[in-house]
Design a protein around this ligand. Sequence first.
Ligand code: 7TS
Length: 419
Amino acid sequence: MTMPIQSDPPLDAGLDLEAVRAEFPVLQRKVHGKPLVYLDSAATAQRPNCVIEAVSDFYSRYNANVHRGVHQLSVEASDAFERSRERTRKWLNAASEREIVFTRGTTEAINLVAQSYLRPTLKPGDEILITHMEHHSNIVPWQLLCEQTGAVLKVAPIDHRGELRVDELEALISERTRLIGMVHVSNALGTVNPVAEVCRIARERAVTTLVDGAQAMPHVAVDVQALGCDFYCFSAHKMYGPTGIGALYGREALLEAMPPWQGGGEMIQWVSFEEGTTFNELPHKFEAGTPNIAGAIGMTAAFDFLERTGIDAIARHEAELLAYATTKMNAIDGLTIIGTARNKGPVVSFTLEGAHPNDIGTIVDYHGVAVRTGHHCAMPVMQFFNVPATARISFGAYNSTEEIDVFLDALHKAREMLA
Ligand code: 7TS
């Protein structure tokens, strides 16, 4: 008989934790002889059976290239691929499937906007405004673009809690501001940004907005029309789906006016040496080459998982875990939580006096506990808080307070060893 997972304090009744955990085969495995405690979902979430099976089912039964063949397998693959687009549209509440471009993930989506939306019209001295808490994938594409065009990258500050200073962001908007890029939920701090408010401010000043939703999608309901953003990017692997697939949402009028980014098959209407080339309609104009078909199909299953489990139930469950971990960790001498925003996603970044984060990560791993250590691809955040690195625990729908206790035990042992 398997023991039920004990929850202390009782977690939200809306989420059947035991049933959710049973959907994730990897949670059965042991690491260094101990049951796996996976607290690194912000790096990549684990996959439920429905995702694994959807991918396997595609390869086993109807593997074919999409949008090309008239044969039965290709028709089935194309239908499943396009169903994923419709599922994504519906989840984001986008107005049209033409607004959903499949990409490799968040990083590629941001690069697409930088190179296809901004680059053709960006002038020297134009400005791009981002925040101090961005992941490198929402910094470096803009730095590259500034080098290519002579545009200027401006950075809106954060405060000691790791909250965005919206007033200062507003003051940094000028006549030359062409785009505001901001993370929805910070991977390094957990901060949930007031995206709708910033988008409203940007709209009043006729500035385009891009939201990096990589860390938001698994935790909160996202409605791009309610947020009022122009572009929204995410990766399926952080929301229980496969790696190598994600999407860019873009307002149709903007996407329509943008030139293609990469050239190749699938994105064309007509290719001729004499007459030149004309391009396919949205969204295919931005999807050159054979796409990640299995990934898109797996992503549909990930949306099924989120819907079936209930994104609000997941959010409440994770908020309980966050509160539980925060209270216990605040009581540990010498431990400092980096990122104490009032509105936080399920991430706790921390430092421990006298212990390097990497050593903490290595020692807790011996106890079966997976945590992330380092700069979390957000070096400017580390610089702001004047730390070289942090250790970070992050939660998914399958985590329990019991697991947090296992982590805390392992952390105490690490501290004793390193003292
Ligand atoms: N944006 C945010 C906020 C992220 O957290 C990440 C990945 C990315 C963008 C990039 O996503 P990708 O799928 O295109 O690679 N964040 C992390 C992390 O926190 N630990 O490992 C990867």
